[in-house]
Design a protein around this ligand. Sequence first.
Ligand code: SAM
Ligand code: SF4
Length: 428
Amino acid sequence: MNVADSELMAQVLDEEYDLTVQAEDADLYLINTCAIRRKSEEKVKSLLGSLKFLKQKRPQLILGVGGCVAQQEGERLLASAPHLNLVFGTKGIYRLPGLVDRAVRGERVVDVALERDFPDPPHRSWSQGTVQTMVTIMCGCDNFCTFCVVPYVRGRETSREPGAIVDEIAAFVAAGGQEVTLLGQNVNSYGRGLPEPITFPQLLRRLNGLPGLNRLRFATSHPRDLSPALINAFGELSALCEHLHLPVQSGANRVLKRMNRGYTREHYLGKVAALRQACPGIALSTDLIVGFPGETEADFRQTLDLMREAGFDQAFSFKYSPRPQTRAATFPDQVPEDVKTDRLTRLQALQDELTQKAHARLVGQEQEVLVEGRSKRSPQELGGRLRTNQVVNFIGPRELVGRLARVSITEAHPHSLKGRWVQGSSTG
Ligand code: SAM
Ligand code: SF4
């Protein structure tokens, strides 16, 4: 979502500014920020400090901070950094050109208004050869999980009009695009509050009908709202990739309850079983928090146990970090840092094993890869992703970039797979 927001910033400023890769050349330097954990917030403050030298070299430089930390801190951020010209919150992105103008005229600007509606995004155009894009379909969140700052910094949940989403994606496909990821904090509740009654699975069906759209993904789904209609969509819609990111956070009912997640481990595992029945090859990834207040060793072991039972292909795991305004930050039974670190290490070791097993199962299979470009590690190889989201590297001609190719999987590595191009196979 932050990557999509940064792209949006570049788009709304497109008429006035060009992008540069040299910070020293910039007339405008914007930092997009994340407030989900304290560490990301600290990084912003240290980057901001280190940019003082840029401002000394180029006094006309306009320096701005946007996103969730800006939303959370507002005026305080401006007061703490005299060299900062502009603070804009999560909805301020859409008003950036006007805000930047004011900053250029010498004003120190703060815009952290969090209005409810879904602002009109700018008209997007895609450069030749762009095969993947992200499209934000909702903003905000109404769930108030007790650990999470999102509802405070991104405001109430609001869905975007389906017609605007379909038009944007149709234009992307017409320009040669192949893969779209729909974004929202809880896409499963898409459509609530819109004048035209529509559910998320209905939106997926409309998009699946767009000729030329080969791959459709989305993030993130809240397990409580994962409906039977959405589960069945995985077996039915040809464009919908066989991968679901379904954050579970914990495997212990006591912890889930205190997190205000609205489901139990049994519900979660029941949904996993239904997904595997509707779509046998589906890959599942998740988010996990260790050391949530009051989490005992027995609770933690339940999380490890659930990970094995669900058989996750991938997991993003974090030490619990107390956040301003959230309920869990006030819980008295905070877990010591060394216990969190120990649990995170054990959990990640288990996930490495599960990922390796999932990768090993793919060896020997022929799979479709959307070729994204040269592989990061070895430039003579091409890299891309399977429909199930694993990274595959293989040797093949440059012309395959931006196309779908058939690849036979030959080796499983901890974070990627190796394959052999099935000569002559490419489409798109
Ligand atoms: N809306 C998504 C959902 O409910 O699954 C998650 C959005 S959040 C931006 C991404 C992940 O950050 C969460 O799934 C959670 O694992 C993690 N996270 C959120 N707040 C956290 C906190 N206070 N400490 C540690 N991790 C946190
Ligand atoms: Fe945060 Fe996701 Fe919970 Fe919303 S559903 S409060 S974004 S963790």
